[in-house]
Design a protein around this ligand. Sequence first.
Ligand code: ARG
Length: 462
Amino acid sequence: MAKNKNNQTIWKTRIKKKSSALFEKIGSSIEIDKNLYKQDIEGSIAHVEMLFRQKIISFKIKNKIIYGLNKIENEIKKKKFIFNDSYEDIHINIEKRLFEIIGDEAGYIHTARSRNDQVITDFKIWMRLATNDINKKLENLIKTILKIAQKNVETIMPGFTHLKNAQPVSFAHYMMAYIEMFKRDKSRFNNNLENLSENPLGVAALTGTSFNIDRNFTTKKLGFKKPTNNSIDTVADRDFVLDFLYASSVCSLHISRIAEELIIWNSDGFGLINLSDKIVTGSSIMPQKKNPDLLEYLRGKSGNSFGNLFSMLTILKGLPLSYFKDLQDDKELVFKTNKILQNSISILNEVLNNFSPNKKKMLELAETGYITATDLADFLVKNHKMSFRKAYEITASIVNLAEKKKKKLHELDLNDLKKIEPMLTSDVIKVFDLKCSVNSKKSFGGTSFANIKKMITKYKKE
Ligand code: ARG
């Protein structure tokens, strides 16, 4: 709680007794919201410039305040600023110091505003920057995946459903599925930029103000697009926080899915990839071990983001309008989520730059599980004029035969095949070829090599 020069807390003019130490500790959010110091000062400077233009404060006072604020920013940057728990939050810490630097005229800074509009102004500006940082990291990640895809257009692996071999796919196509996911993450973050473009400053505590302020001026100055419409909604609204936490949660979920995928592929059972020594950890007892701890970290951390989203939803669900102290927790949740997410994206990027596909193993696995059975059914439909259901039935019998004879589909004898479907001729053999199978999926979005190459060019342009 900021104190004026006779050491009174700013809002303590009517509150006579000293706050209990416990309350002071609980009520303080400075450890968290000091992260907003730059945005708070930027917002305050725009505010006092506006107050001067509107003839609400004098030129001299405006300049004094701006001088003091710049000095404070410098002190904080140089770590010379002493943040004080008993001054509650970043807004009061700065205002209190302003009094020390420029004296009583600091008292003009809070004309026509409240901490309620101040805090969301700071927070929205901060979130805009964080969103841009996340988007840049996601772009980097997409580039890394694209590099992997380019090198692996013709690397064949099994595609799975239910983790059972389903149909052969190109490893590039598989990895590019994650590009689509991370692209959607980017759009989710970008969609929130719309909410973040509305300027809260000037709605004051909840009603607006009787001063003749110019909200369009601060809107422009602070990089917003327009002032918010309704003063009550403005101080109560944390939808932009939910959207950020939701976008982060979905993004962490995608990271968790690819992490799990890589953990499975790296397992001794699958052996589809090799992780470089740079990104594995050993065991304290089992000398042979190389563990994918980093990937497990990524998978685990997604839980954190989901938890933070749920905390915010829960905070908001029972809140009448407008401002309540409950809302103060929004920043801690977002800062934590942001840190974890940005870290996670960087870690995933590092992992993807440090693994290699085990092409031989991928191919071997793709040769098991009668993975080209669907190709055979499609062949029967196309070449022997039968319905897909009929073709499915015949193919199932052929798979049964292969299972009984402990053979792969391409190892079956033509005569045996003919016993099941007399129309079959030797040209059926080519449908069992894995490359042919992959390359035959030419429908838009399918795994054919030509499609993949086109997509790579498209992504590169983007
Ligand atoms: N530190 C507060 C927060 O983050 C700022 C707003 C305080 N407003 C109030 N009426 N107590 O929410």
